[in-house]
Write a protein that binds this ligand. Structure first.
Ligand code: DHB
Ligand code: FE
Length: 282
């Protein structure tokens, strides 16, 4: 049977992608951040998942305001990087896993999660930056990738609770898949950040650390936290953190924290990085 081997949570800041693409990782601004990424990269090189299921939000690149799916699952064989205004990032196309993705679609929809099936789309920084962070700059990504988009751009986004329950349903689906794939699930976005308006630049490290503590130890309680709390405490784009609950829902009730780091500044965000494995002692 297929297996969920780990959960990874990371911010998906576009300028981090630019820093990698332009070889600026040792610049004074970036070096302290990339030093914190290194242990997660080493873990990834050992763990070598066959499939990465990447939960992220499209930032009006693949989807426009003409079409706003709440949850959208990519079932294609291949996804090209999106052109976000400066040309597509110079990263390999992402190879999908249509068989597992269609299994997920069937399992989730029959489990009453009415997700949108996407046969064709490009993938933006929300997905490609986390891959670059964990894998660097390979000729080809060393894993298959299944994109799962969550709307956090246009009100109303799904609740944190719904995201957590979706993660649980994803876990049921993967557990029931008759393959041998080892799957890592990514939750991306966050942490506290607000990109425009009067509170642009807001960082709330206290909120973010409390979020991480509860995400790890008591995800059911974190799942009950409402949007207004994220908006007030973590800024308008801090709502991206609900996607980390999808990742957490796909893991066991008890998890082991393999790695945790946060960093300021990367753009205008409190940047978080978390690697979790199911706790073998439970
Ligand atoms: C920025 C954009 C994002 O989508 C994000 O999650 C964090 C930062 C930015 O433009 O800086
Ligand atoms: Fe984002």
């Amino acid at each position: 049977m297929a297996e969920v081997i780990a959960g990874i949570a990371t911010s998906h800041v576009p300028s981090v992608g630019v820093a990698i693409d332009k070889g600026k990782q040792s610049d004074p601004y970036w070096a302290p951040y990339f030093a914190k990424v290194e242990p997660a990269r080493r873990w990834m090189a050992e763990a070598r998942p066959d499939v990465c299921l990447v939960v992220y939000n499209d930032h009006a690149d693949a989807f426009s305001l003409a079409l706003i799916p709440t949850f959208a699952l990519g079932v294609a064989a291949e996804f090209a990087p999106a052109d976000e205004g400066y040309g597509p990032r110079p990263v390999p196309n992402v190879m999908g896993h249509p068989e597992l993705a269609w299994h997920l679609a069937e399992s989730l929809i029959l489990d009453e999660f009415d997700i949108t099936i996407v046969n064709e789309m490009t993938v933006d920084h929300g997905l490609t930056v986390p891959l670059s962070l964990l894998y660097g700059q390979p000729e080809a990504w060393p894993c298959r990738v299944i994109p799962l988009c969550v709307n956090v751009v246009q009100y109303p986004p799904p609740t944190g609770h719904r995201c957590y329950q979706l993660g649980r349903a994803i876990r049921r689906a993967i557990d029931a898949y008759p393959g041998t794939e080892r799957v890592a699930i990514f939750g991306t976005g966050g942490m506290s950040h607000q990109l425009q308006g009067e509170r642009a630049g807001l960082i709330n490290a206290e909120f973010d650390h409390a979020f991480l503590d509860r995400l790890i130890a008591d995800p059911e309680a974190q799942a009950k936290v409402g949007h207004e709390v994220y908006l007030r405490e973590a800024g308008s784009e801090g709502i991206e953190l609900i996607m980390w609950l999808v990742m957490r829902g796909a893991l066991d009730a008890r998890v082991r924290q393999v790695y945790r780091a946060t960093h300021v500044p990367t753009s205008n965000t409190h940047n978080g990085l978390l690697v979790l494995e199911n706790d073998p002692t439970t």
